[in-house]
Design a protein. Sequence first.
Length: 81
Amino acid sequence: DERAALLATDISRDIGWIVANCELEPDADAALHPIIGRLAADASALEANPGDVTPIASMRDALANYARLFDDPGSTAASDD
């Protein structure tokens, strides 16, 4: 439960940073929004109920989508596809 709650807090913080500092082109920005939205919703679900780790699988899917959609050499998100 503690690790899930920490994960949710970290993701929410990182989303705030991304939103505040994002300078993507419109098409890339539009592609990123669903990923961020999914991560935010899943982080909220974890914050509300850290004992239910079900949202973590959805977060992994969102990160895999990021890896498929963006060629980001600084990203640690990796697609296992």
